[in-house]
Design a protein around this ligand. Structure first.
Ligand code: NDP
Length: 398
């Protein structure tokens, strides 16, 4: 009998709950908790198996500890926001429960995400005999696994990595984000960093772009170089990497709106005084934008996310591309959600399964690429995220 506690009832929380419910042999009992219990109940109603729900403020340590002690889960899956990572890790330590998340910690008042805060928990988790799995979404998450799998099965040594995240979906709105708007905009507007010869090199946000032709007729898209959190852990754990870059596609309408919103100050995280109260512009903007979890029925098209790796095998230089293509409407039919939440929620469920089944379970704080990728990759094929490999693709990347 294993109980899992899922915290966060947004787009990703909905998919994780559906996917855990599809694997009753591992997740015997599921409890979904969030700031607003009504959202948990609405998700529970979509699922045939009984899902318990609860209200919790995950910024409040005593509330979290009380809930965990009441629910007695073996594992907490944190799909609230990155701001809550450390509080939930503290609550897990206090109650003796394993931990998993999909995004690294970011302080609310500084738009800077880094692993250092969570890596600092290494000793505490080791001493408590508990495991914390960091970044078990798609990117980070599946992309770390793709890289580890390619390195293990196709190369003696890998030298360059390009992670390419194309969302060829269209939700019909002039501007909306497909995951939490505040986190999305903070990430996209951050200065770009890529890894080159042992250092991170900084360039202005979205200043380098190229065209990318996706496989399987997904289409041709402009992809923009940006910083993404898995670059920090992958370059640390795979020291043979000489260059590592992350690319994401954006439509012209998204970029035009983002530029205007930035120019007028709407993406700022600095509080301003407005009619006698303090408001944070980006938080106000979030209230105006569609919720990512509401985009499912209206999003059409496909995502195509993968890793291009070069390196040496038997003395020869080669290139390998490993990718997944997912159709937004297929996701909607299965779990009433668009593909960005789906591609995040499925690896979260699989990471949890790897822990609970014992395949990966070991004390300490772990990034995905530190763990053996084979069982995870097999489950990606089994649970809805089928992947393919192209050896020596005809790409000419910057
Ligand atoms: P949403 O905004 O849709 O959902 C977040 C949920 O967390 C909401 O239900 C929200 O409550 C709840 N929440 C926020 N603060 C608290 C709190 N203090 N206590 C309890 N619950 C809280 O975001 P997404 O579902 O799109 O994203 C969830 C996470 O997944 C984020 O951390 C995001 O960065 C990550 N992510 C990772 C990806 C990857 O590939 N690795 C890709 C996409 C997302 P309320 O509804 O009341 O606001």
């Amino acid at each position: 009998m294993t109980t899992v506690l899922i915290i966060g009832a947004g787009g990703v929380g909905q998919v994780v709950t559906h996917k855990c419910a599809q694997v009753p042999e591992v997740f015997t009992h599921i409890v979904l908790a969030s700031r607003n219990e009504e959202k948990c109940k609405a998700i529970a109603k979509q699922i045939e198996r009984p899902i318990k729900t609860a209200q919790v403020d995950a910024d409040n340590l005593p509330e979290l500890v009380a809930l965990i002690n009441q629910v007695k889960p073996k594992l907490v899956i944190n799909v609230a926001l990155p701001y809550q990572d450390l509080t939930i890790m503290d609550a897990c330590l206090e109650t003796g429960v394993h931990y998993l998340d999909t995004a690294n910690y970011e302080p609310l008042d500084t738009a800077k995400f880094e692993y250092k805060w969570q890596w600092a928990y290494q000793q505490k988790f080791q001493q408590a005999g508990l495991m914390a799995l960091l970044g078990s979404g798609f990117d980070p998450g599946a992309t770390n696994m793709f890289t580890a799998y390619i390195a293990k099965h196709y190369f003696d040594e890998i030298h360059t990595l390009d992670i390419i995240d194309v969302n060829g979906g269209d939700h019909g709105y002039p501007f909306a984000t497909n995951f939490n708007p505040e986190i999305n905009i903070r990430e996209v507007t951050a200065e770009c960093q890529h890894w080159e010869n042992g250092n991170f090199v900084t360039t202005p946000a979205l200043s380098v772009k190229q065209s990318f032709t996706c496989p399987d007729d997904v289409g041709v898209y402009n992809i923009y170089r940006m910083y993404h959190e898995e670059l920090e852990s992958l370059t640390k754990h795979i020291p043979t990497l000489k260059k590592a870059q992350f690319w994401m596609s954006f439509g012209d309408s998204y970029l035009k709106h983002l530029e205007v919103l930035g120019n007028v100050g709407m993406t700022s995280i600095e509080p301003i005084e407005f009619q006698g109260q303090k408001i944070v512009p980006i938080q106000f903007l979030k209230q105006l934008l569609p919720e990512p979890s509401s985009l499912g029925p209206r999003t059409h098209g496909k995502t195509c996310i993968g890793c291009v790796v070069t390196g040496i095998k038997d003395g020869m230089q080669k290139t390998v591309y490993l990718y997944n293509v997912k159709d937004h409407q297929d996701c909607y039919k299965e779990v009433q959600s668009q593909a960005i939440s789906y591609t995040t929620g499925v690896p979260a469920m699989i990471g949890a399964k790897m822990m609970l089944e014992g395949t990966w379970m070991q004390p300490g704080v772990w990034n995905m690429e530190q763990l053996d990728p084979d069982a995870f990759m097999a489950d990606m094929n089994r649970y809805g995220l089928q992947w393919k490999v192209i050896e020596d693709p005809d790409f000419d990347l910057l």
